[in-house]
Structure formats: structure tokens, C-alpha cells
Design a protein around this ligand. Structure first.
Ligand SMILES: Nc1ncnc2c1ncn2[C@@H]1O[C@H](COP(=O)(O)OP(=O)(O)OP(=O)(O)O)[C@@H](O)[C@H]1O
Ligand SMILES: [Mg+2]
Length: 327
């Protein structure tokens, strides 16, 4: 009898082929978080930079990919305008303001930062792809991706071209127009099957430069309503702090993240959540590894299970009862 023909989904295969190079380049990156907003100027780059600098200050290895092709601001925030990445073995080497932090931005690759970049769609998508294929990110605990504003081609291209995104932080400000865009961002993430990790309400209240108390500027926002409607938590409400803006403009974000301020105190909740998600994923993959190693019983039989007495170090075979070490 003739064998049934295997049906091969060529579209899926092509897609998988395109992703393979990126997947391979990012194989040692443990967590990938994107930072997005449906509206420009609400503080995405600020949050991305603070997330990267704050996680690095807590002892993690962090990468930050500035995917804004038209208004890249990450080099300025880190005081690295004019820095140029090296090329080694055909790969771009990210710029490192401190050893545990790697940055890449289109601004590092442009000869003249005062000239606007005029991209045609495919060239722009190609450049975004190169950020994940041809940059030597190496071993990282976290890769933070600063997305351009909106829900158009560029954010779409990143979400489609980077496999294994662990989730998205959504940045907003307490204004109705910004909140409408939060709802749009959440629907966009839903369609792209990327997990929304939480909303960050930026510029919520103004820190008085004299007494350091917080003044309510915009009044209450609908961010709570969006959070309830989509079941996505509000991770932090960050005050508008003029001294923070100054620190950013003079490239002193790392120093800012090491000092105490109401902004930093509020932002610690975002850093805690990022680390909690990282730890949760590590725990999940350790359990998967344990399940895989269940097949490694000395007697060659499957069906071993984790011993309850010594959970992380030993397995006991359900059949022969032999105990063997897995860590
Ligand atoms: N909480 C804050 N307090 C004071 N200034 C802030 C705060 N958040 C952001 N800013 C300032 O607001 C401006 C816009 O922030 P940022 O560049 O991070 O926004 P963005 O969403 O990345 O913008 P774009 O859509 O253009 O990429 C910057 O000058 C930044 O310093
Ligand atoms: Mg930006």
C-alpha cells in the first residue's frame, strides 16, 4: 500500500528559516522584553534606558536595542553620542558604557546625526532585522528593546522578526489621548500573541524641585480602567521630575539610577517585576530540564520522576528505584 504523502507547509518553513539566524544569535539571551506605546513622546526610551541601567546596576547582564530608526535617543541618554561600534568576525560589537551593559542604536552607525534618515520600508525592516541577526549580543540576562511609537510597520516588524519575546511593557501618560493608545497597544499585543507585562504610567504628578513633594498635574487618568478592562496590572506611576529630564539630556542615566529619588523609588517596582519574571522563567526552564533528564536513568528506562525528598538534585527511577544525580 502506498505511503500517505507528507503535507509540508512551505510558508511555515520559510518563516522558520528566516527566524533561524536570529534565534541562533539570541540563543544565550535569557529574557527579551519590549517597551512600547501607541503614542510618541510618553517616555518609552526613558523607561527602556532606566530598565537596562537599573537591571545592570542590580548585577544582571543587559542589552538594550534602540529600534527607533527615525528618532534614536538611547546614545544621548547614556552620553554616548559619537560612539562607534567595532566589527569583529563580521558581527557588530555593541557599545558598552559599563561592562555589564551593551547598547546598539542606528545612531551609532550614522555618519551625521543632524541629517534625517530617509528609509524606504524594506531597508528599514532590513536594518531592524540586522539588530537581532548581526549584533554580537552574547550572553545576556535581559535584552530590552525600545520600540518606535505606534502600532505600525516598525513595531510589527520587531515582534515578527524576534522569536521568543517574553512580553511587553506599555508606557503611557495620564491623558485621555494617550490612554486610547494604550488600549490600541494592548489589542495589538493580543493580535501578535505577545504577553503584556504591565502598564507604566509616566509623568504622573510633578516633583517640586524645592520641597520634592509630588503635585498632581493631569488629574486622575483612565489608566485604571484600561488596566481592569484588559486585566493588565499597572506596575508603576512615575512622577514628572525636571531633574530627571536634565540627567537624561546630559547623558547621566546610570548615575541617576544609582541615586535615590521619588522617581527611582517608584521605578524599583518595574525592576522588581522584570527580575521576578526572569526568575520565574529560569525556574520553569529548570523544571523542563529536569523532566528531560528523566530519560537519563542509568538502567535506560523512562518514567523516572523527581524525588520529593531531594527535589532539585536527584531523580529516582519509578521502575528500578535507583537514585541518580542530575545537577
Ligand atoms: N518622568 C519624567 N520626568 C521628566 N522628564 C521625563 C520623564 N519621562 C520622560 N521625560 C522626558 O520626556 C521626553 C520624552 O521622553 P522619551 O524620549 O523617553 O519618550 P519616547 O516615548 O521614547 O519618545 P519617542 O516616541 O519620540 O521615541 C524626554 O526629554 C525625557 O527626558
Ligand atoms: Mg523614544
Amino acid at each position: 500500500m502506498a505511503e500517505p504523502l507528507n503535507v509540508i507547509n512551505t510558508k511555515e518553513m520559510e518563516k522558520e528559516d528566516k527566524l533561524r539566524k536570529v534565534r541562533n544569535n539570541l540563543k544565550d539571551v535569557k529574557n527579551i522584553f519590549v517597551v512600547m506605546s501607541g503614542k510618541g513622546g510618553v517616555g518609552k526610551s526613558t523607561v527602556s534606558a532606566a530598565l537596562a541601567a537599573g537591571l545592570a546596576a542590580r548585577g544582571n547582564y543587559v542589552g538594550l536595542a534602540d529600534c527607533d530608526m527615525h528618532g534614536p535617543s538611547i546614545p544621548m541618554i547614556f552620553g554616548l553620542e559619537g560612539a562607534e561600534p567595532d566589527v569583529e568576525d563580521g558581527m557588530l560589537v555593541p557599545v558598552t558604557p559599563v561592562p555589564s551593559l551593551k547598547l546598539m542604536s542606528i545612531a551609532f552607525l550614522l555618519p551625521d546625526r543632524d541629517q534625517p534618515v530617509i528609509w524606504r520600508g524594506p531597508a528599514k525592516m532590513g536594518a531592524i532585522k540586522q539588530f537581532f541577526e548581526d549584533v554580537a549580543w552574547g550572553n545576556l540576562d535581559y535584552l530590552i528593546v525600545d520600540l518606535p511609537p505606534g502600532t505600525g510597520d516598525e513595531p510589527l516588524s520587531v515582534l515578527q522578526q524576534v522569536p521568543g519575546i517574553d512580553g511587553a511593557f506599555i508606557v503611557t501618560i495620564p491623558q485621555d489621548v494617550a490612554l486610547a493608545s494604550v488600549r490600541k497597544s494592548l489589542s495589538f499585543l493580543n493580535k501578535m500573541e505577545v504577553r503584556p507585562l504591565g502598564i507604566i504610567d509616566n509623568m504622573d504628578g510633578l516633583v517640586c524641585p524645592h520641597c520634592h513633594e509630588t503635585i498632581d498635574v493631569f488629574g486622575s487618568s483612565g489608566v485604571e480602567k484600561a488596566s481592569q478592562d484588559f486585566s493588565v496590572p499597572i506596575l508603576a506611576k512615575l512622577p514628572l521630575d525636571p531633574s530627571f529630564s536634565k540627567a537624561e539630556e546630559s547623558g547621566k542615566i546610570i548615575e541617576w539610577m544609582m541615586a535615590d529619588s521619588p522617581w527611582k523609588k517608584a521605578f524599583d517596582d518595574v525592576l522588581d517585576e522584570a527580575e521576578r519574571l526572569g526568575a520565574e522563567k529560569k525556574d520553569r526552564s529548570r523544571r523542563t530540564d529536569q523532566q528531560k533528564s528523566m530519560k537519563r536513568c542509568r538502567n535506560g528506562r523512562n518514567g523516572t520522576r523527581i524525588s520529593h525528598e531531594m527535589p532539585l538534585v536527584f531523580l529516582r527511577c519509578t521502575y528500578c528505584r535507583n537514585r541518580f544525580r542530575i545537577l
